[in-house]
Design a protein around this ligand. Structure first.
Ligand code: SF4
Length: 536
């Protein structure tokens, strides 16, 4: 058996009592392992890492015989002066000593200021599941003793829900989404003005071929880290998705999210149209609106125009299925809007009738006047009509991709918090625990377990990693009152003060980060401490 290298020379710290009892490294599985290697047990892969090298996930390395977490742990500050050092080494083996005269503001006056939050990003993990979380930090918020339990979770059960603001047809519901040829998700139900995708998930990570799993985890890491990914939808569009950016559909960057369906657009702008047009058709894949038939037109005493539409009439002035879905007018497959008009009723329609056809975003719009044979003839659009069309466009919000991480925090993650994991679940359901992902508020789903959802745009950059099992690594933090933590059977003897976290980092010696990185807290996020949890 080979002894593992132990770190030494650590400064005297108020380490939690019993910190190292039974929490060290296991004997290596391979008796012939070179003494120059260390075994990483931060995930089931158990990489044997030579000095100066990193393991398979690039997150852990062997530095002079010590297993270290390569990335700094990210700490949020409410206030951060521009001239303060962003990267600060810990006083521990492998970390650099702070230089004389550095007088680190980061260890001093903050301690009772309720202005520092340790995130799970770079914090290291609790695998193989019996260990307390790497950071269980005690601090005060508004005079109340708080605890934040911080870890990097390894999530096999997790996915990204992607909302793509567009009317364009991306693919049929349930169609497969592919990344580099492999199926990594599917199209799910459309929402108002948006197409929805479900990407990743345990089925694709572990239920298919190795390549499918590899591609799935690669796509998920990129999506979570706000990078662009290109995917294709079977029978549908080619798509570039990036959190916080406009989607690119079949090579064209989407601009606008529709103001409403065709029926809504008719109603919203009806009073502005009355008097300047005799008929308005708002073309939409979902509901195409016809103003004079619509209740809005009738309320405004607009006489019928005699128009007869294709499609299935739902209710007055509202038509379903006027065309097939596509990337033409209003999310249909049409390029010529007149193709959805079946006929004009003689005796009702009249020569000279003024017709506006527009899409729900105003991106497509044409103006017609009926000739003697009741045929619409395209004419230059009058200025007052163009202004209304422009207003439709003005009321459309910018088209974006929203990427939400959805993960199930299993028993192993909970064991890092408490010896009796179900008590954590119960405390969360009783709204005693604020769950955050990299400091971003997380929605906790109702029902059993701890299933959380967070907007990746609210999380620090590069929050997500992977392990080759394959699974996603994501930060998660549980903040609560110290008294509630004790009541749920928390690892109270591993609570250490924020001062220690700032100076030394994680409690464990094996696989811990060597430095912290300051980051200013996102103003859009509620401060994680002293906040009610964001529950469903
Ligand atoms: S893949 Fe990464 S976390 Fe897993 S054992 Fe290897 S170095 Fe450690």
């Amino acid at each position: 058996m080979t002894e593992h290298t132990k770190t030494d020379g650590l400064p005297a710290m108020d380490l939690p009592p019993n910190a190292d009892i039974g929490l060290g490294k296991a004997p290596p599985r391979n008796d012939r392992m070179s003494v120059a290697k260390v075994e990483c047990n931060a995930c089931p892969v158990l990489c044997q890492i030579s000095d100066g090298r990193t393991g398979a996930c690039d997150r852990y390395a062997n530095r002079d015989g010590v297993l270290v977490r390569v990335d700094p742990v990210v700490l949020l500050r409410r206030e951060l002066a521009a001239d303060e050092p962003a990267l600060v080494p810990f006083l521990r083996a492998g970390g650099e000593e702070a230089r004389d005269g550095d007088a680190p503001a980061w260890r001093g006056d903050l301690l009772h200021a309720d202005g520092v939050f340790v995130t799970g990003v770079g914090s290291s993990t609790t695998y193989p599941d019996y260990k307390p979380a790497p950071f269980i930090v005690g601090s005060q918020a508004r005079g109340v003793d708080m605890v934040t339990v911080v870890t990097e979770g390894i999530f096999s059960y997790c996915s990204f829900k992607v909302k793509i603001d567009t009317d364009r047809f991306l693919g049929a519901e349930q169609a497969n989404v592919r990344y580099r040829g492999e199926v990594v998700g599917h199209v799910t139900t459309a929402e108002y003005g948006s197409q929805m995708l479900s990407l990743g998930g345990v089925h694709h990570l572990t239920g298919g071929s190795k390549k499918e799993g590899r591609m799935t985890v690669e796509l998920m890491q990129k999506l979570g880290n706000k990078q662009p990914v290109e995917c294709t939808i079977d029978g549908g569009a080619n798509l570039v998705v990036q959190a916080g950016r406009a989607p690119i559909v079949n090579g064209v960057e989407e601009q606008r999210m529709r103001v409403g369906c065709g029926s809504a657009a008719v109603g919203i702008f009806a009073r502005q149209f009355a008097g300047v047009a005799d008929e308005v058709v708002v073309v939409d894949d979902h509901i195409t609106g016809v103003l004079t038939e619509h209740q809005a037109g009738r309320c405004l005493d607009m006489p019928p125009s005699g128009i007869h539409m294709h499609g299935r009439k739902s209710t007055p002035g509202r038509y379903f299925q006027v065309a097939n879905p596509g990337d033409g007018w209003g999310g249909t497959d049409i390029a010529d809007p007149l193709s959805i008009i079946e006929s004009w009723e003689e005796g009702v329609a009249r020569p000279g009738l003024r017709l506006l056809m527009t899409s729900t975003t105003g991106e497509h719009a044409q103006w017609y006047v009926l000739d003697e044979a009741l045929r619409p003839v395209e004419q230059p659009m009058p200025e007052e009509v163009r202004r209304i069309v422009e207003r439709i466009g003005e009321n459309c919000e910018p088209s974006l991709c929203s990427v939400l991480f959805l993960g199930g925090a299993g028993g192993s993650l909970r064991a890092g918090v408490t010896e009796n994991p179900v008590l954590l679940t119960r405390a969360i359901k009783r709204a005693l625990v604020n769950v955050t992902c990299g400091g971003a508020p997380a929605y906790v789903w109702p029902g059993g377990g701890i299933t959380v959802m967070a907007d990746v745009m609210r999380m620090p950059d590069n929050s997500f990693g992977t392990v080759p099992t394959p699974a996603i690594v994501a930060p998660i933090e549980f903040s609560m009152r110290l008294s509630d933590y004790a009541a749920l059977g928390g690892h109270v003897d591993h609570v250490f003060p924020l001062a220690q976290a700032l100076a030394r980092g994680a409690w464990q010696d094996d696989g811990a980060p060597l430095a912290l990185r300051w980051q200013r807290a996102d103003d859009a996020n509620p401060w994680p401490l002293g906040q009610p949890p964001m529950l469903g």
